[in-house]
Design a protein around this ligand. Structure first.
Ligand code: HAM
Length: 436
């Protein structure tokens, strides 16, 4: 029997409705902030991710699914390398949405210089070659939002407020989530800070794990996040970003916090929050439900240098993404779910001689926007009622010879079993009103 790949999920039934619900809430809420939807391809040139996310990140080094066309694969396998391929022949499945959205903004040049910022949101599958476990998948679904063209700290605050409002609208108990924030500095102050953290790790080399020693060279700030408890213990004495911000970054961070305070948004300042993607500058944030044990349910930050890394003009940006599967798991911890009930439907039952009439009544009901099921197997009326129950029909419309002769239908309420006669002319509007 063919099976799905480990770490991937089929979305159907209630789970599919949960994902749809997340998209619907995003469309509605983000729309009030001026966001439009964007969809970028699930595969991009490898360089789009390498340049943006960063060569030294785990996502790029270890987790990206690489794509080669069937024609090129034998050649790559034989040479044991893809170095000879042209950039457009080296592709990858997107591990996240930001790099692709920024690539699209650069390619289509849709950020007006000096104009209003562009606000875009997406809901789409992402792919990371991680070891599958609870809340960690190889194909997962993100809803994300990006604002490009504004460096105002009010935008940082608005993006965070929108995110926290989104979580509330998805059903999280108010106040149950922890929002952690930090500022990572910018191109002016980060290099010196990074160097001081690197020096700290080297000074404590005999106490740190192999991975951290490698990180010292590649990405020293990631040592704050090391899985090894002892390394994290040692890192508590390392220099902190908030003490090493330049004047502009410190002022920006202070204003973001002032706006969040003004909006009454609770947050925890976490000077060790560094995030796993290299493009971040200044504000970064993550949201977690502590007892859920599935890691962050959402995170994001500012990326003022990313547009240039993707070949565009210097343009500030900020955004976030949340993970559908982790949100569903975290909500379940609170005894809730994203799942919405299936749409109510009506079942049109018929007697053998009225098949054509049923066919046209079903069409009329659908034209009136009613979800309509009918019998395709010439079942007895009794088994049609059973079938109506099975498909969760709220109403059953019965069209027998007598009804059709009298120009009416019998409408049966499936819960109360009450029956009402309705004229065929008024049937569609009657049923639509009953289901509404
Ligand atoms: P991220 O923190 O890598 O950020 O991912 C965002 C969210 O995606 C996580 O908080 C988590 O809920 C979910 N997620 C990540 N990896 C997995 C996985 N393997 N399985 C299940 N869920 C996962 C980003 O992706 C950035 N692009 C966010 C952003 C947008 N920053 C600025 N703009």
């Amino acid at each position: 029997m063919a099976q799905r790949i480990q770490g991937t999920e089929d979305l159907y039934g209630g789970y599919m409705r949960s994902w749809q619900h997340m998209l619907d809430e995003a469309r509605e809420l983000f729309g009030t902030y001026g966001f439009d939807m964007i969809e970028t391809p699930a595969i991009e040139q490898l360089d789009t991710f390498v340049h943006g996310i960063g060569e030294s990140t785990d996502v790029v080094r270890k987790e990206m699914f690489r794509v080669f066309s069937g024609a090129l694969l034998p050649d790559v396998m034989e040479r044991g390398s893809e170095a000879h391929l042209k950039p457009r022949q080296r592709m990858a499945m997107r591990p996240e949405g930001t790099a692709g959205v920024v690539r699209a903004a650069v390619e289509h040049n849709f950020i007006p210089q000096g104009g209003a910022p562009v606000k875009l949101w997406y809901g789409a599958p992402m792919f990371r070659g991680e070891r599958p476990q609870k809340g960690r998948l190889r194909q997962f679904h993100q809803v994300g939002a990006e604002v490009m063209g504004a460096s105002d700290p009010a935008v940082d605050a608005e993006v965070i407020i929108m995110l926290m409002t989104y979580f509330e609208r998805l059903g999280f108990t108010p106040g149950s989530l922890t929002l952690r924030i930090n500022s990572m500095g910018d191109a002016a102050c980060r290099p010196a800070y990074r160097a001081s953290v690197k020096q700290f790790i080297l000074d404590h080399a005999d106490e740190m794990c192999e991975d951290c020693l490698e990180r010292a060279e590649l990405n020293p700030l990631r040592s704050f996040d090391c899985k090894n408890d002892h390394c994290r213990e040692v890192m508590t004495a390392a220099p902190l970003a908030k003490d090493n911000l330049c004047e502009e970054c410190a002022a920006h961070y202070a204003q973001v916090k002032a706006y969040l305070d003004e909006a009454g948004i609770a947050y925890v300042e976490d000077p060790t929050l560094v995030r796993g993607l290299d493009y971040y500058t200044r504000t970064v944030f993550e949201v977690e439900l502590d007892e859920a044990g599935v890691g962050a349910i959402g995170g994001g930050g500012r990326y003022d240098g990313l547009m240039e890394l993707e070949g565009g003009r210097p343009t500030p940006g900020i955004g976030f993404a949340v993970g559908f599967e982790r949100i569903e798991l975290a909500l379940q911890r609170q005894g809730k779910s994203l799942e919405t009930p299936a749409e109510p439907c009506v079942y049109v039952a018929c007697t053998p001689d009225q098949r054509l009439k049923v066919f046209s009544v079903a069409q009329a009901l659908r034209a009136a926007g009613v979800r309509t099921e009918e019998d395709y197997q010439a079942r007895s009326l009794k088994s049609q009622f059973k079938q109506a129950d099975k498909v969760n029909a709220r109403l059953c419309v019965v069209l027998g010879d007598d009804e059709v002769a009298a120009g009416v239908a019998t409408v049966r309420d499936m819960a109360s079993h009450e029956q009402t006669q309705v004229s065929l002319d008024e049937l569609a509007s009657y049923v639509a009103a009953q289901l509404a």
